[in-house]
Design a protein around this ligand. Sequence first.
Ligand code: SF4
Length: 278
Amino acid sequence: MAEEPAENISGGAGGGGRVEAFPDGEPKTRAEAAVDELGDMYWEKAYGGQAAFECLVRTILSQNTSDKASQPAFDELIARYGPERDPEDGNPERVDLARALADAERSELAETISSAGLYNQKSKVIGEAAEWALDSYGSAASFDEYVTQGEPVDVRETLLSIRGVGPKTADCVLLFSGGQDGVFPVDTHVHRIARRMGLAPPDADHEEVREHLEATIPGEKCGFGHTSMIQFGREYCTAREPACLEGPEACPLYDQCDRVGIDELDGEAVDPADTVEP
Ligand code: SF4
């Protein structure tokens, strides 16, 4: 079974979930069968336990960029502002991350995360989220407690109320920090693959794809369904050159896939939404 890469939104070895054995059994839906196959190819894991505020920051950094670009930015941010940084006098000191980021000079924060792209915008969102967490909960630790112990529906609503936090970011925090079953965050890879495969309507938006997947995949399989589908999107079902354009044998999910928007004869791939008559 493959190792989950360290450069992944779930955080690799440090926060990349626990390997779990899920009982073998007949999948009840096509979506579950696809996720079972992805689990066999990559990993079957359960997630949860990441510090929620760190997870929020990590996910904001990953917006509109690859994990490969955002991971170094996150590492830099933690090295400069993180809970166990050494202050200038060399004495180790525990620092609340929300406090440190709320107090940070925006220009210094932006420079720290510059490898993630859109760093001015992201430093603003992160700084405001830190101020919000302090105002609302008093510390990053209290915010963590709320995310892990609150009702998932309420927590999701709360996260969505933060400026710059959309459904994918909120769902990643619920999954990787709250360890909530039945949460299938939809990023650009999941959005594309689910519609190509016919697991959701071709013109479904991110929220509709999420609803279809969460309704057809058992809750405990949603976490690794999300991370392994992203890996599959990087390796096989890429946006412009899906593996099946090289022939059926090039894609392990070929027999399970409707290939919506894929023209195998002309060797072209379009967004599934472009196949819908206006
Ligand atoms: S058959 Fe093509 S479109 Fe379907 S999952 Fe494989 S690479 Fe993607």
